[in-house]
Structures are given as C-alpha cells and as structure tokens.
Design a protein around this ligand. Structure first.
Ligand code: NAP
Ligand code: ZN
Ligand code: ZN
Length: 352
C-alpha cells in the first residue's frame, strides 16, 4: 500500500507553494526508502515552479537536493541499509540503454531520463514524480548516492545539485593545479564552484554584480574578486582565464566574459535563465579560438565521486536553514540575490 505523506506543492505558475498530501510507493526489490531530513532550494526549483522554462506540469512538488536516512530497502538492494545516510539529486531514473546511459552519463540520457520532480511517474503512484519538499521518497538504488557521516547533512544537501553541476564541468575541462578559472555569480552554484575549483588547485577569480559579496568570496576560496558591472575592471581581465564557469540565473551580456578568456579558453554556461542572453560577438571567438559551451548536472558515477571528493576535502555548502513554511519568502529572497549561499529546508518542520 502506498503511504500518504506531507509535501509542499504549487498548483500553477502563478500560485504560491502550500501544504499537500502525496503518495509514495512501498519499496520494490531494488528500491530504497528514505526519510528526508534536508532539501536544498535550487534556483531551478523556482524557474520550474513558475514555469519559466515552459515545460512544467502541475501540481509541482520541487526539490532535488535531498539528504536523508534510509528507512527500508528492497530484497535486492546492496550498499544501503536502514539507518544509512543517503542522497538523491536531480534524477531518479533513465532509460539505462542509450549510449549516454551506457557511458554513465544518465544526465544526457537520450531515451527518457526521469527527473526527481515533474516527470511522468513510471510507477504510477502519482501522475508526476514529486521532489524533496516532502518527508520521504522511494528511489531505485542505482539513483541513490552514499553520503559520508563526516559531512553535516544539512550543509551537504546542496552538493546533490549545486555541487555536481559545478564539479562536472570543472572536471570535464580539466581544471587543476595552475588553471586560471573564473566563476561568474556568487549564489548557490557559484559558491560551490569557487570552493571546488580552489580545492582542485586552480587560481580562482570570482565575478560578481554584488560588491557586498567580495569578502565572502575570498573567504570561500577566491584569490581575486572582480565587480562585473565595472567595465574597466572587466577590460583589465581581458585574455587572462583558461576556463570560466558562468552560473548566473538571469540573461546578461556574455561578451565581457568571452573577452576575459585566453586563446583556446572556454566559458561553460550552467545558469539557465528564462530568456536568451544578448547576442555573443563572433569575431572575439574566431580570433582566439574561444568557445562558449554548456553543461547539465552530472552522471551518477561522477556525483558519487564528487561526494567522496567533498568528504575528503571537508567541503559543504554555506547554508541558511529554513522551515518548509518559509519557502515562498525564500524564493523572493533568492530573486534578490539575498542568500548566503543556499537555503536548506529542514523537513522536521513538515513532520509535525
Ligand atoms: P542563485 O543562488 O540565485 O545564484 C545566482 C547568482 O547569479 C546570484 O547570486 C547573482 O550573483 C547572479 N545573478 C542573479 N541575477 C543576476 C542578474 N540579473 N545579473 C547578473 N547576475 C545575476 O541560483 P543558483 O541556484 O546558483 O542557480 C543558478 C542558475 O543555474 C539558475 O538559472 C539555475 O536554474 C541554473 N542551474 C543549472 C543547472 C545545470 O545543470 N546546468 C543545475 C542547477 C542550476 P552575484 O550577486 O554574485 O552577481
Ligand atoms: Zn538544481
Ligand atoms: Zn538513456
């Protein structure tokens, strides 16, 4: 019998989130049931809840930075037992058969990946998958991550999206000792990008529109801070960086950042605004063989690698804990850039 649990959902793009009841399936032979302790608040939750990408089906229960404790496991489950800490990120299933899945890149599945929220629910317990703004979740073991007891569970929750989304491109573009890396935007993703790039040995320059964040940026690991609204400060950075990770959640002029790349440099966009950026000039790319690229979260194997890397280096998110009931306020503050640097929902607030 599916069990009924408490969650927060929105019924439409223009509604606020509020309390609802949803159903979770009993664990099947390969399933892990997790009592959710904490869930990070990603800017993607806000884009999605408000249908800013034009693909949301309702009702929507967001949340894909999930940390909890295993409560039950199916007979064939290996590696998890009741009481273990576990994490769930942006995916709960994929086709498992396409070239990307076979390479461990389920995040680029060509045959139908199942998002943690908002995808048709294969199991039919609910019409759509429901995310971590809820007290429990049941997930196939292949999509559950092991989380070290050494990490604070609340501060580790954002690793499941903000962590892997920044770790994956840093690895793909081979950031390491001596690489000159720019990180654009000091929000949830950006502050993880700074910490991870620094831990990988890079020289890190943080670009921000918020002068008030400069001191934090240095504390988080940036060697230098540039105020991106200052045209002369941007010009002074021309031709200086090997790689730029752009995490900005809004449309903005990319050209000053392209200009900051050296010959053969790449800027990877991970920020996913609701509208296009202004056009990127072609000549500055041609004349220095520069590239503008994109990247989507990361595969399950690399997500585990990232969690292990963070456990080894003692890396977690800087967070502000909130009760579930403050989520609408948190969204408004996130839009103003008023979060240092990730809201994390304490699901004890929904357990009553
Ligand atoms: P966030 O915490 O709100 O941070 C975004 C940062 O962007 C802000 O802190 C701010 O940094 C900067 N910013 C916001 N509005 C701006 C504007 N109008 N002009 C210039 N800078 C602005 O968001 P997040 O959770 O890190 O997510 C960032 C983006 O990545 C979102 O679009 C999200 O959907 C996307 N995302 C993508 C993936 C993926 O797989 N590609 C995964 C997760 C999230 P400063 O104050 O420092 O300027
Ligand atoms: Zn996310
Ligand atoms: Zn696939």
């Amino acid at each position: 019998m599916p069990k009924t649990i408490a969650a927060f959902a929105t019924p439409s793009a223009t509604s606020k989130l509020g309390p609802v009841s949803i159903k979770r399936r009993d664990p099947g032979p390969r399933d892990v049931e997790i009592e959710i302790l904490f869930c990070g608040v990603c800017h993607s939750d806000l884009h999605f809840a408000r249908n800013e990408w034009g693909m949301t089906l309702y009702p929507c229960v967001p949340g894909h930075e999930i940390i909890g404790r295993v409560t039950r496991v199916g007979a064939q489950v290996k590696g998890f037992k009741p009481g273990s800490m576990a994490g769930v990120g942006c995916l709960v299933d994929s086709c498992r058969d396409c070239p990307s899945c076979r390479e461990g890149l389920e995040n680029y599945c060509e045959g139908g990946m199942v998002l943690t929220y908002g995808s048709p629910d294969k199991h039919g317990t609910e019409p759509l998958t429901c995310g971590g703004y809820s007290t429990s979740i049941t997930v196939d073991q292949d999509f559950v991550l092991r989380v070290s007891d050494r990490l604070d569970p609340a501060a580790a929750a954002p690793l499941l999206c903000a962590g892997i989304t920044t770790y994956s491109p840093l690895r793909h573009w081979r950031v390491g000792k001596g690489t000159r890396v720019g990180v654009v935007g000091l929000g949830g993703l950006g502050h993880m990008g700074v910490k991870l790039a620094r831990a990988m040995g890079a020289q890190v320059v943080l670009f921000t529109t918020s002068p008030g964040k400069a001191e934090d940026a240095r504390r988080l690991g940036a060697h230098e801070v540039v105020i991106s609204k200052d045209a002369s400060a941007m010009e002074a950075r021309a031709n200086s960086l090997d790689f730029i990770l752009n995490t900005v959640a809004a449309a903005h002029d990319l050209n000053p950042f392209v200009n900051a790349l050296r010959r053969d440099g790449t800027m990877c966009l991970v920020g996913a605004p609701d509208r296009p950026h202004p056009p990127v000039q072609v000549m500055p790319m041609i004349f220095k063989r520069r590239a503008v690229a994109g990247s989507l979260i990361g595969g399950l194997k690399q997500t585990q690698e990232m969690l292990d890397f963070c456990a080894e280096h003692g890396i977690v998110s800087d967070i502000e804990r909130i009760p579930m009931q403050k989520i609408n306020e948190a969204y408004e503050r996130m839009l103003k850039g008023d979060v240092r640097y990730r809201f994390v929902i304490d699901l004890a607030s929904l357990r009553g």
